[in-house]
Ligand binder design. Sequence first.
Ligand code: FAD
Ligand code: A2P
Length: 276
Amino acid sequence: MTLDLPVTEAAKITVPDAQTVTSVTKWTDSLFSFRVTRPASLRFRSGEFVMIGLPGDNGKPLLRAYSIASPNWDDELEFYSIIVPDGPLTSKLQHIKPGDQIILRPKPVGTLVLDALLPGKRLWFLATGTGIAPFASLMRDPETYERFEQVIMMHTCRTGEELVYGAELVNNLRHDPLLTEIYGDDFAQRLKYYPTTTREPSPFMGRITDNLTSGKVLSDLGLPPIDPAEDRAMICGSLAFNVDVKAVLEGFGLHEGANSEPREFVVEKAFVGEGV
Ligand code: FAD
Ligand code: A2P
């Protein structure tokens, strides 16, 4: 549901780095996405994150890291957000509406960038929950398909409704005029999508770690065994997820890289928690 509510003067912020909200979409009781104006000077690599927020009760900016979910060619910036009950930022951010302003520090950073990977044939995006946000950017960037023959988006959530943002995005992308013009009607073959749930029934189920280790995702999608010479991956989820997927990929002979030293996979936390 897209909220299209009138602008309230009270929501105006008079601080540096303010950007205006252009649309808000609620996906579930605890997930929403929103788009904001893009600072003219902001350049970023698809997959990076920035600090965004709102003025706190003490007047100081209340900022959190957010992956930019839109691709780097987009005129606006998109974000995909959790609502944490009593979360300092998201308990306020969930109420934003078109015309309101947020704070956006225009200093993009992050490890989930194409430059941090060695060239390869297939690129795996492995995400849980809001960890799909950086891949929402990378999936919409034509450069991803220039560098890799195939992209496989594995996204796992507890329930089916939590998958809808990603499912709609992939569906729209498969009919995207720019990408289908470049790659023809078989673009769907270049972007494979493997959504799974773990706590309610759906066509494909199970944790990403289990589906990789068992090879189920490979047989379901008709892909060859993971090969360090051909497969590259990016991981974005909770710390526990990242640690476990990293171990699975290392078991296949892949190594973690970074901007300064490109290798076969890169990792970034989707949020800070669990005592970290
Ligand atoms: P916080 O005080 O920040 O968080 C409270 C607790 O909520 C955390 O300890 C954690 O247990 C849980 N939590 C926080 N964020 C999440 C989440 N995304 N999913 C599940 N549990 C969570 N959040 C997004 O919603 N979208 C993004 O694109 C995004 N990108 C991030 C990129 C990076 C590099 C990092 C480090 C974090 C990112 N986050 C993202 C998390 C974000 O920075 C905030 O933590 C989140 O917006 C909640 O803010 P808060 O102030 O309401 O609660
Ligand atoms: P599960 O339901 O089996 O715990 P959460 O909401 O707790 O962050 O989890 C989001 C999704 O990630 C859930 O489907 C969850 O599966 C899965 N998940 C959580 N931790 C791990 C992990 N360490 N390895 C693989 N999948 C995980």
